[in-house]
Design a protein around this ligand. Structure first.
Ligand code: NAP
Length: 485
């Protein structure tokens, strides 16, 4: 099936941090792919902005290299890159000084196009950028800002960030990006739940036994050691990505698929989360047995107590989910790169089949990566003679096969979200109160570790995490889905 591409309105997009890693790997190649797909009008402009002294040609050379390295763009026609590059410009600018701001204003101030500013810089510069945009008359009521994670490191810092942006931009102009929400499968979570009669009647404590959310990485902290050691898995992954997935899986049906309705429902889930007791959490830190560095070596601190793995049992105190555990787990250097949400339904009440001694459960697995798709485990009769023996088989749908755009890969999360910014659709972005509520739930957990002086459990690189995480589920008579499966 070939998906439809609906062009957006022409736009001016200024990428602050336009020479940085995120711009190089994701934002610029993503924009090029949207251009190739015919979604980005050719009178749009992209202005890179950073302190590096580059001219337009220098920036276009930088972008060309980025596209060659990370671009994909396989289905592009010859000459497309050259015409895309004509839409690019660059301003050397300092977020904390005066340099470059007049030049930027000259380039974009009088334009009538949709205007967006991507803050692809460290969060310490968000407030400065908002302030300078305002001072130079560039923060008009039609402009939008996109801000990257991490959005604060606790409730206090998140509130301060929100306040600094709110001085010059309304909430409906602020797009807090969580790229997990741009994944095809994550949006399909809502389509599956609210577009079908099949699932929603069963989506509650009466029929669901428990839900697992796993985001497993095979990489270690790599070159991000210094940043990561101040953050850890709870701040880096759970407070944002896993929390957002939890919200989408657990929320009530919004009255409409619009930003306020969806985000209101997500917020209600966060506010209904139970506090987590110490026995409901396992923290881990990877150790290696080959040439690659163990966590503490990678972060250059032999006494680090930051977690590279965390597993939690979370409860939601509301009518729909009371008593049903949500098990969340994420970590680095695990057996396989895999992000998956698994809804495990209850065992049926009664079996009419005599030969059927095994337990059969319907399991709905929603894969976010590596290959986005949905699998529903159903029980059928084993083929052939020998009576009514039952087996479980998967009904599998891979999105890459079913939904490839022009036979190619579906759009990357960043591409999709940037196009949403241009359309002015905030549904898949986090609202300020959501982020604050997520920190309000996370902070006591992290504070508790500090107060108790807790040290994470070591786990072997390439494993499924510390054994204690398995035991946490075993105590409930359950088990994790193997990451290596
Ligand atoms: P980065 O590689 O360190 O790039 C930072 C960018 O900011 C550079 O272009 C830098 O260019 C510019 N910059 C720094 N100070 C500046 C100033 N005073 N005025 C103007 N520009 C300035 O960082 P990144 O990895 O791209 O990350 C950017 C943001 O995205 C961060 O908030 C990060 O947490 C977030 N993020 C990144 C990733 C990722 O995969 N990289 C993933 C998720 C979130 P000059 O030095 O030339 O000024």
């Amino acid at each position: 099936m070939v998906s439809r591409v609906i062009p957006v309105d022409a736009f001016d997009l200024v990428i602050f941090g336009g020479t940085g890693d995120l711009a190089r790997r994701k934002i610029l190649p993503g924009l090029f792919r949207r251009y190739c797909a015919g979604q980005m009008p050719s009178n749009s402009r992209i202005v890179g902005a950073a302190r590096s002294k580059l001219d337009g040609d220098g920036y276009r050379a930088f972008v060309t290299e980025a596209i060659h390295e990370f671009g994909g763009g396989r289905s592009c026609e010859d000459g497309t890159l050259e015409s895309f590059l004509k839409q690019l410009d660059y301003v050397s600018i300092d977020a904390r000084g005066e340099a470059g701001w007049d030049e930027l204003a000259d380039k974009i101030k009088d334009s009538k196009l949709v205007r967006a500013y991507y803050f692809s810089v460290g969060p310490s510069l968000f407030g400065d950028l908002a302030e300078r945009l305002h001072l130079h008359g560039l923060a008009d009521e039609d402009s939008r800002i996109v801000v990257e994670k991490p959005f604060g490191r606790d409730l206090e810092t998140a509130k301060a960030l929100n306040a600094s942006l709110a001085e010059h931009f309304d909430e409906n102009q602020i797009y807090r990006i969580d790229h997990y929400l741009g994944k095809e499968t994550v949006q399909n979570l809502m389509a599956v739940r609210f577009g079908n009669m099949l699932f929603e009647p069963l989506w509650n404590a009466q029929y669901v036994d428990h839900i697992q959310i796993t985001v497993a990485e095979t990489v270690g902290v790599g070159g991000r050691g210094e940043y990561y050691d101040k953050s850890g898995a709870m701040r880096d992954m759970v407070q944002n990505h896993l929390m957002q997935l939890l919200c989408l899986i657990a929320m009530e049906p919004p009255a409409k698929f619009d930003p306020s309705a969806v985000r209101d429902e997500k917020l209600k889930v966060i506010r209904a989360l139970d506090p987590v007791e110490p026995h409901q959490i396992v923290r881990g830190q990877y150790v290696t047995h080959d040439d690659s560095p163990s966590y503490r070596k990678a972060v250059n601190d032999p006494r680090s107590t930051t977690e590279s793995f965390v597993a939690l049992k979370v409860g939601i105190s509301n009518w729909r989910w009371a008593g049903i555990p949500f098990y969340l787990r994420t970590g680095k250097m695990l057996a396989k790169r895999a992000s998956e949400i698994t809804v495990v339904f209850k065992q049926r009440n009664h079996s009419i089949f005599e030969e059927d001694e095994l337990e059969h459960r319907n399991i709905l697995s929603i894969r976010l990566q590596p290959d986005e798709g949905i699998t529903l485990g159903v029980t059928i009769k084993e083929p052939g003679p020998g009576g009514m023996r039952l087996i479980d088989v998967p009904l599998d749908m891979s999105f890459a096969e079913a939904l490839g755009e022009d036979g190619g890969d579906p759009p990357d999360a960043y591409e999709r979200l940037i196009m949403d910014v241009i359309r002015g659709n905030q549904t898949l972005f986090m609202r300020g109160d959501e982020v604050e509520a997520a920190w309000a739930w996370t902070d006591p957990i992290i504070d508790g570790w500090t107060q108790r002086g807790e040290v994470p459990k070591p786990y072997d690189a390439g494993s499924d995490g510390p054994g204690d995480a398995e035991q946490m589920l075993a105590r409930d008579g359950r088990s994790w889905r193997p990451i290596s499966s």
